[in-house]
Each structure stands twice: as C-alpha cells, then as structure tokens.
Design a protein around this ligand. Structure first.
Ligand SMILES: Nc1nc2c(c(=O)[nH]1)N[C@H]1C(S)=C(S)[C@@H](COP(=O)(O)O)O[C@H]1N2
Ligand SMILES: [Mo]
Length: 412
C-alpha cells in the first residue's frame, strides 16, 4: 500500500489532484496597505453607490439587453479590504478529521490553481446577493431602525461562474462517512469590529451542500475573477446568502462535528425584532425583485414606456411577477423574458447539476401615463410557492428585506 501523501491522493478513485503539502510559511498575499482603498476596481458614481468597504450597483445603470452582470458592475461587500494574491504561489489548503485520512491544519493537502484547473470544469449561472440587500427599506418603508450597510436593492447580480465542483475535489481527496461540516476561510485580513477581533472571515456549511452544487470558482462571465470578487479562487454556494460564498478562499476544513464561526452564530442569523432568540443560521435567499429605474424615477408624460426589471429567488426559478403601476390599486401580470430560462443561456454544455439559479427579466408596458406621482410595485413568486410579502419581519441586523418595494415615480 502506498504511504506517502502523494500516493494517498493517487490512490483515490481518479487521478491525483495535488502533489504538495502545505508550507508552514503562510499564504502568499500582501496585506492591504494602510490607507489603501478597500475596493480595488473603479466605482463610477453613475453605476455604483460607494459605502467605503462596500459598494452597490445602481439598478438604473443595468442594461435590459444584458442577462449577466459584468464583474465591473457587480456589487462588492468586503469585511476588510481586497487582498493582492499571487496566483502562481496561491494554494488552497484542505484538512480536517472529515477527510478519509484525517489531516491536521499543519499537514493540510495543498492544491495549486493548476491542480484544480486540471479537474473537470463546469459553468454555473447563479444569482449572487448579499443577505442585507434592500436593508434601507426597513427604515424608509417600514420606519424601523436596523444596523448595517444601507443597501437599496443593488447588492445583487447574476454571474456565470466557472470552476470545479467541490464534490469533485472532495471525492478525489476521499471523505470520511461521518463528515458533516466544512469551514471555508478567506485570506483577507482578520475582521475587527469595536474591540473584538473575529479572526479571518469564515463560515461553515453542511457537507450535503458541498456535495450538491458548491463550486470552487476561478472565473466569472468568461474572465478570471477580479481581485474584488475573490481572485484567484472563491467558493460559490448557489442560492445561498452572499457570505456563504467565501472570497479569496484559503482553506477548507472538513469535520465530523458541526463547525461554527461568528459568521453563523453572531452574524447572518436573525436576532431581535420579530424573531425568537434561537433562529438558525440563514442559508437560502428569499424572493426579491427590482425595477431597472432610478429611485425615485422621473418619466415623460404622454409616451408609452416599457418598464423593465428582474426578479429572483434563492430557492427556485421565478414563476410569475405581478406588478402595479398605481400603488397597489390594480395589478397585472408582467411579461417574463424566457430567452434565458433561469440562467440557462448557453453556448456551453450545461452541467446536469446546473438547475438554473439565475434571475428572471420582466417587463410591462405603461401606455401614456398622465402627469402625477405614482408608486410602482412588483411582487415576484417562485416555483417553490414563495411570494414577496407586504412587510418584512423586523430583525436587528436588517437581513432579508423581501417585501414588495414601493418605487416612487413622478410623471412630468
Ligand atoms: N473572504 C471573504 N469572503 C466574503 C466576504 C468577505 O468580506 N471576505 N464577504 C461576503 C459577503 S457578506 C458577500 S455579500 C459576498 C460579496 O461578494 P462580492 O464582493 O464578490 O460581490 O462575499 C462574501 N464572501
Ligand atoms: Mo453579504
């Protein structure tokens, strides 16, 4: 029987994927320089609202003819700052007692980008969205005070990710039958808030999700990841809240016990407001929708407008979008664009596991509105039967604002 680390990997069902062991010297990223901006890419004010370490896309800058969100326009959510990582020396370290051959962190399997890119690759289109998207509407629409970045609806996009399925990597490494939990840890600087150092951004997820549709992504929309979006490698957990998709992925710990981190015990679970004290960590995103219009919008009277927007859900494709152009007095069904059924828009061979996690474009004609003040409403329903409510349950950190947004429009 082979005994070296190299041959442990080689003895797995398929070809070996790694040939080295983690160096103890640490990872090859440079810390962000003091005073350097958190976000590296340009944030032109006509396309972004800049919150410093976070930036959201402006919905009125979205091109209705374009299904995918270009990386240049995608929102950024950084706990600290985008690190600079050298792809040539980058390694993903995998360890834990949930591997068939248990490994300590010091003895982790170390995978280069080349190791990963030699494996069968896949592309997967999915909505990518922050848990707190829509947070500002708790205040502006429900008169409630919550903490966190005052996003409108722009901390969302739809991306065609490219990478290797996590299950491909885990199967080749070999999983213990009792493995239940995987901790993903980023290479960005530790997150400090107030006097607390929470350590590196990290969040556990169940092995079942890891074996289902999790992706280790090195590409987005046919390009390498931008630094702000996780270059050279990020995790993608389709349909789940943004924090689950750890950027600048440094390590995966696979364990036979439930792992925890502040990102599933303190943050990203419901506290306060309408929720009991023991709400579970958040996972699947709710149903939401947005108009591709400025907020508030001004439209010309006497002309026929085609109003466009998008609807999405973490659980299932969108089944219908009901819209009102008069503040909820009357409703009609919006037309749904079926050119990209839930993200299946492709020239490429679809992975069987790509169930289509993209958003759905909708439109409605508004013939010759008279001058005045209006509220546009859109209420999306997904195929799992989930619908946007009129009011979102209050919670202290302002997560999951999924209520129908009252979008003000002045017709002049
Ligand atoms: N390492 C690391 N991963 C992270 C974060 C982070 O700050 N550090 N932010 C998370 C959150 S809260 C969100 S919403 C998404 C944002 O991804 P994006 O900036 O690529 O849009 O990344 C998640 N992954
Ligand atoms: Mo987020």
């Amino acid at each position: 029987m082979p005994t070296s680390r190299r041959s442990v990997l080689a003895s797995a069902a398929a070809a070996p994927i790694a040939s080295t062991v983690a160096s103890t010297v640490g990872q090859a990223q440079r810390p962000a320089a003091a005073g350097a901006p958190s976000i590296v890419k340009p944030l032109p004010p006509e396309r972004f609202v800049d919150f410093g370490t976070n930036a959201e896309m402006r919905w009125d800058s979205v091109d209705p003819r374009r299904y995918l969100t270009p990386q240049a326009d995608l929102f950024v959510r950084n706990h600290t700052a985008t690190p600079t990582i050298d792809a040539a020396t980058y390694r993903l370290r995998v360890f834990g007692d949930g591997l068939r051959e248990a490994r300590s962190e010091a003895d982790a399997v170390s995978l280069s980008l080349r190791d990963l890119r030699r494996l069968p690759r896949t592309r997967l289109t999915a909505v990518h969205e922050c848990t707190g998207n829509g947070r500002s509407f708790f205040a502006s629409q429900q008169g409630q005070t919550v903490s966190g970045t005052a996003w409108r609806l722009g901390s969302v996009g739809t991306v065609e990710w490219e990478g290797v399925r996590l299950r491909t990597v885990l199967r080749r490494l070999g999983l213990d039958r009792d493995a239940v939990s995987i901790m993903a840890t980023g290479l960005d600087d530790p997150f400090r808030s107030g006097t607390t150092d929470y350590g590196r951004v990290r969040r556990p997820f169940p092995v079942t999700k890891g074996l289902d549709d999790a992706l280790l992504a090195w590409g987005a929309n046919g390009q390498p990841l931008l630094p702000d979006h996780g270059f050279p490698l990020r995790l993608v957990l389709p349909g789940w809240i943004g924090i689950a998709s750890i950027k600048w992925l440094g390590s995966l710990e696979v364990a036979t016990r439930e792992l925890t981190s502040p990102w599933n015990t303190t943050f990203y679970r419901m506290t306060g407001g309408d929720y009991p004290a023991d709400s579970p960590p958040l996972t699947v995103n709710p149903v939401r929708s947005a108009w591709e219009l400025p907020l508030p919008a001004i439209l010309a009277a006497g002309r026929t407008h085609t109003l466009t927007g998008r609807a999405w859900s973490g659980a299932a494709p969108i089944a219908r979008v009901d819209v009102s152009l008069d503040g909820g007095a009357t409703w009609r069904r919006a037309d749904l664009d079926d050119r990209h059924p839930h993200g299946h828009h492709g020239h490429h061979r679809r992975d069987r596991g790509d169930r289509g996690h993209g958003w759905t474009q909708f439109s409605v004609r508004w013939p010759k509105p008279r001058p005045g003040s209006y509220q546009l409403l859109a209420r999306a329903t997904d195929r799992a039967g989930r619908t946007q409510p009129d009011v979102s349950p209050l919670n202290a950190q302002g997560y999951f604002f999924d209520a129908v947004v009252k979008h003000p429009v002045t017709v002049v």
